[in-house]
Design a binder for this molecule. Sequence first.
Ligand SMILES: Cc1cc2nc3c(=O)[nH]c(=O)nc-3n(C[C@H](O)[C@H](O)[C@H](O)COP(=O)(O)OP(=O)(O)OC[C@H]3O[C@@H](n4cnc5c(N)ncnc54)[C@H](O)[C@@H]3O)c2cc1C
Ligand SMILES: Cc1cc2nc3c(=O)[nH]c(=O)nc-3n(C[C@H](O)[C@H](O)[C@H](O)COP(=O)(O)O)c2cc1C
Length: 574
Amino acid sequence: MALSVLLPAGAPFGPDQISALNSVFSTSTAEQRAWLSGFLAGVQTANGPQQAVPAAPPKARVPLTILFGTESGNAEALAQRARRAAGKLGFAVKMVDMAETTPAKMAEIPNLLLIASTWGEGDPPQRAVDFYEALLDDNAPRFEKTRFAVLALGDRAYAQYCEIGRRMDERLAALGATRIVDRIECDLDFEAPAGSWIDTTLDRIGKESIETVMAAEDTSVIHVDFARGGGEAWTRAQPFAAEITEHVRLTGSRSLSDTRHIELSLEGSGLLYEPGDALGIVARNDPALVDAVLKAAGLNGETALRDALRDRFDITTLTAKQITDHAALTGTTAPGAGWAMGRQVIDLLEAAPHKFSPQQLTTLLRPLPPRYYSIASSRKSAGEEAHLLVAAVRYETHGRQRMGVASIDMNERRKTGDRLEVFLRPNPHFRLPADPSRPVVMIGPGTGVAPFRGFMQEREATGAKGKNWLVFGHRNFMHDFLYQLEWQDWIKEGLLTRLDVAFSRDQPEKRYVQHALWDAREELLGWVKDGAAIYVCGDMAAMAKDVNDMLVRILSKEQLDQLRRDGRYLRDVY
Ligand SMILES: Cc1cc2nc3c(=O)[nH]c(=O)nc-3n(C[C@H](O)[C@H](O)[C@H](O)COP(=O)(O)OP(=O)(O)OC[C@H]3O[C@@H](n4cnc5c(N)ncnc54)[C@H](O)[C@@H]3O)c2cc1C
Ligand SMILES: Cc1cc2nc3c(=O)[nH]c(=O)nc-3n(C[C@H](O)[C@H](O)[C@H](O)COP(=O)(O)O)c2cc1C
């Protein structure tokens, strides 16, 4: 078969060489290319064309399955990283989403690398619920033939840190599987520890499985990743500085919330997002809080330290580990387990005053994690822009006013013309239906409505014929109806088929989106019968569970579970 993929323009050859090689490759047979690959490997090994012999055919490859459970893509991204590394080492590697398999299908697997995150309050990612429950079930299959290792993702700020990875790890061992290496638990700065754990684990599996796993074809062939889009080059460590081109407050001046529509220029980034994706934002801490932290730590803060605290360290959340580290450092007694609740680093430093060295202080702190915001636009409508919808987080605990790091940075400190550091967080599990004629029901109260503005722009630009139904909720019709005019225009155009709203404070009794769903239950059943996909986006604690309970009440648990399995009940909740 002729080769359809040729050398890219960026290959390290001159234009004439590229053209000559392409003309050879395009007419070569698979056998000729395999020979050539081996020949080049042999040249490289022997360090000279005269002695070159084609490399030996690959030895039997060690099978490896990388099983991941993810909500927002981190576990999947690590699984991909592990797959690339394992491929280079010569493993016969397979990547499997927990959403698409069962423990019964995994039980015969010889080598299993499991990567899973924890959500909610110690819950599995939504798409992994079935797998998780089946694994913990009394009827779960035995895993006696399996050797495994678990990478658990989490956030130390949560009481049930890495709970799901821990439980799966313990369960596999209880079901007879053999642990290859100890589980690793990773906090929000997981890239470096997870990366080196993956490398060590693969090395271990490889060494224990066969003497040499380096497949000859992989030792000297440079892998060109054709699938990689340019925009993926921007990462949390190397973000793109996007200019803010529009910065508008959407909620009225009398609203209790301050929600902004922010437009960012992605020009020159090559960053290609799809509706449903989110942007990661590398935000900065409040400079006033940085000064307060420095003062409480007995430091006057030269510029470099002040900048580091503003840009790189998490100076707000407080973990149990920080409390014990602080007690060890200061020689004080750590307060009890519940003390961290509602408190931050500044409270800890002020509770037991101590003079720190800059290094002691920074060692105590976690890296500042990025925050994610659903993209509220479609490239087909917004071109090289991404729009965000950001609600300012402000609250009071223990007598102190607290401010959200990123939302306040974006809404209050950044202005039009400033630059904001961003990177793409793809969300392949929250996409419009592939079939444009499928109806969609979008349930998005508050900022949860953001991706649905992107969905509507996309459906409009592509002329998708499927019906669209939005269920929106907030506090007050007058002050909080986000993007009101746009929804009304789409209704006039006939693109938005139906709009139901629930404003909680416009009448004596509280009314939320789940109540609007109940009122429209007959229509909802009809839409589902017609093949509709149901999307839910927004607050996890206060909304997603109530909406889920209501959907169970209207549709039954069995039907909702089936919709989820069929990719017709999709959630992006945070
Ligand atoms: C995939 C995804 C998409 C998202 N999309 C959006 C979006 O489109 N728009 C949007 O505005 N947000 C969105 N978020 C949420 C966003 O990422 C941030 O979590 C949010 O803006 C708060 O970040 P912050 O840095 O301002 O606050 P932080 O500094 O992170 O503070 C928030 C923390 O403060 C504490 N807290 C907050 N309120 C209270 C209270 N009343 N009492 C006690 N403690 C409290 C909680 O511990 C909370 O976790 C999304 C999140 C995810 C994961
Ligand atoms: C709403 C929410 C709830 C979370 N709950 C927990 C938790 O209970 N325990 C924990 O260790 N981590 C928790 N996390 C942190 C995630 O596990 C962490 O962000 C992880 O990297 C996500 O991986 P994923 O993208 O593969 O789902 C939570 C994160 C969010 C946004």
